[in-house]
Design a protein around this ligand. Structure first.
Ligand code: C5P
Length: 218
């Protein structure tokens, strides 16, 4: 695999709806990094499962992953709660994780030339996908705050869902993501913990920016 030298690599892991995506996007923009929301790839596969239930086998998934374009990941259909739940189910499949693995590693170590590096967020980024990242973060918030943020986001997308339903599905997803055998979500020792419960987007960004600047200027 081709690895670009002297690039900045940032790895982020977080439970569902902790604000990692928003932060990662802001950081990537600020530092000129290529951003990859790895959860979207699992959501994309979940979407395939729901859309093409009869064709859904390894060969089919592989061909779809091979031809995946970054812009396919911004499909609004991927944001629903139903897709999120299905994503956490299919993400337990070992063969599927393997297929997705190389795609992620490639983006992390060999981002498009116009970027100065990469920033990936997900569940296993800090210890499996980019174990040698220059900076690692574990971003979290209490479950009710996360559910409320996701609820507002889904309402903004005009989805029919109640806060209670969102809270329930986030709890189920947490249980599955933390406890699964393959690549469970965890905070590695070398990841910096950022709890966003009482922080707004701007203060989260500034907090992380301070840490990154210190690292870069060292
Ligand atoms: O981050 P997001 O909520 O979009 O992720 C959807 C699901 O995809 C997660 O609940 C998790 O089960 C799975 N996932 C994963 N590994 C990643 C990213 C997401 O297993 N690196």
């Amino acid at each position: 695999m081709l690895k670009r030298k002297n690039i900045l690599k940032i790895a982020i892991d977080s439970p569902a709806a902790a604000g990692a995506g928003t932060l990662a996007k802001a950081i990537s923009k600020h530092y000129g990094l290529f951003y990859l929301d790895t959860g979207k790839i699992y959501r994309f596969v979940a979407y395939l499962k729901i859309k093409y239930p009869k064709k859904f086998n390894n060969k089919f998934i592989k061909s779809k992953i091979m031809s995946l374009k970054i812009k396919d990941l911004s499909n609004k259909n991927l944001l629903s709660d139903e897709i999120g739940t299905e994503a956490s189910i299919i993400s337990k499949i070992k063969s599927l994780r393997k297929m997705v693995h190389s795609l992620q590693v490639n983006f992390a170590y060999n981002p498009p030339k116009k970027y100065k590096g990469s920033c990936l967020d997900g569940r296993d980024i800090t210890y499996k996908i980019v174990p040698d990242a220059d900076l690692k973060f574990y971003i979290t918030a209490n479950v009710k705050t996360r559910a409320l943020r996701r609820y507002k986001e889904l309402k903004g997308l005009k989805k029919k869902i109640t806060y209670k339903e969102v809270l329930k599905s986030i709890k189920i997803r947490d249980k599955s993501d933390f406890n699964r055998k393959i690549s469970p979500l965890m905070k590695t020792k070398d990841s910096l913990l950022i709890n966003t419960t009482n922080l707004n987007k701007r203060s989260c960004f500034l907090k992380i920016k301070k840490i990154i600047d210190r690292k870069i200027n060292n």
